[in-house]
Ligand binder design. Structure first.
Ligand code: NAD
Length: 272
């Protein structure tokens, strides 16, 4: 297990136990926490990440065909079926201990915002209340003429693949309400995410390679605002150099340990 900490005060290499205590201490004092997550947080729920060499989704599938507007217009059925396949994976998945630990921070801290690049809805299912979904949600659909907020139930009567918009006199093709490569993020969601990153005093980054913009800039917003930064990822990412504490391990193991250390510290403080 790799260890890394900008908080090192001497030349002794901190143990993972030390780093977990440091992360717990920083989090326990957070007044405004932002948790930024990527595909890695959901890996232990059985949902593949995008970029990892062997198992990543895009190692086996061509994003130009499956996750762009051009790909959808060229072969709407292929793209629709691909997202239905992924929706099936997500429906079978359960939130893992990493998602649950993040939800478990809410009752301990005054203000927690989760910003996720994931479209799987697992943070909300784990019990997080304030979740900004930068890249949309795989359970939601919209038509090419802009009628949005459609659910599978709204499309249930449809025989066409992909379905056609059920709004009166519309009939435009329906697509998943996720952000494809080359598309803009929702202006309002992105604005709220940037504001949260600029206002936070602690940012916890979990399971993102830090290469997809604009999400990858949010830790820089936090860093410039002098927030303390903690990262959890088994591999170093493009964001690791920003981290004051880097926990090199899977989120489903590291985050429950951090939460337990926070509870122990709190219990110790009460006992004293
Ligand atoms: P990414 O695939 O680029 O990177 C995944 C990161 O997670 C890597 O840095 C990897 O080392 C790390 N990781 C792997 N296992 C982990 C674990 N157990 N705990 C913690 N970290 C772990 O993903 P990204 O940075 O989120 O960016 C890619 C895009 O992929 C995003 O736009 C996102 O919308 C999309 N995506 C979403 C889902 C989902 O909704 N679950 C799944 C795949 C991809």
């Amino acid at each position: 297990m790799m260890i890394h900490s900008q908080d090192r005060r001497n030349h002794d290499t901190p143990t993972i136990h030390d780093l977990i205590q440091q992360a717990a201490d920083i989090l326990a004092h957070a007044r405004r926490l932002v948790v930024l997550t990527g595909a890695g947080i959901s890996k232990e729920s059985g949902i593949p990440t995008f970029r990892e060499a062997q198992q990543g989704l895009w190692a086996r599938h061509d994003p130009q065909r499956l996750a762009t507007m051009q790909g959808f217009l060229a072969d709407p059925k292929l793209v629709w079926d691909w997202y239905q396949f992924r929706l099936g994976l997500v429906e079978q998945a359960q939130p893992n201990p990493g998602h649950r630990a993040i939800a478990g921070l809410e009752p301990l801290l005054p203000h927690v915002t989760v910003i996720t690049q994931n479209v799987d809805g697992l943070h909300a299912r784990a019990g997080s209340h304030q979740v900004l979904e930068l890249h949309g949600n795989i359970y939601r659909f919209k038509c090419l003429r802009g009628h949005g907020n459609l659910s599978m139930a709204d499309l249930a009567d449809q025989k066409a693949t992909p379905p056609l918009c059920p709004h009166p006199n519309c009939q435009a093709l329906v697509r998943p309400d996720v952000v494809w490569f080359g598309e803009n993020l929702s202006y309002s969601v992105l604005n709220r995410a940037v504001a949260a990153a600029e206002a936070c005093d602690v940012m916890l980054i979990v399971g993102t390679s830090g290469v997809v913009q604009p999400a990858a800039s949010l830790p820089y917003n936090a860093w410039h605002a002098r927030a303390r930064i903690i990262e959890v990822n088994p591999e170093e990412s493009d964001l690791t150099d920003l981290a004051h504490v880097y926990l090199a391990g899977p989120a489903g193991e590291m985050l429950p340990l951090v939460l337990a250390a926070m509870s122990d510290q709190q219990a110790g403080a009460v006992a004293r």
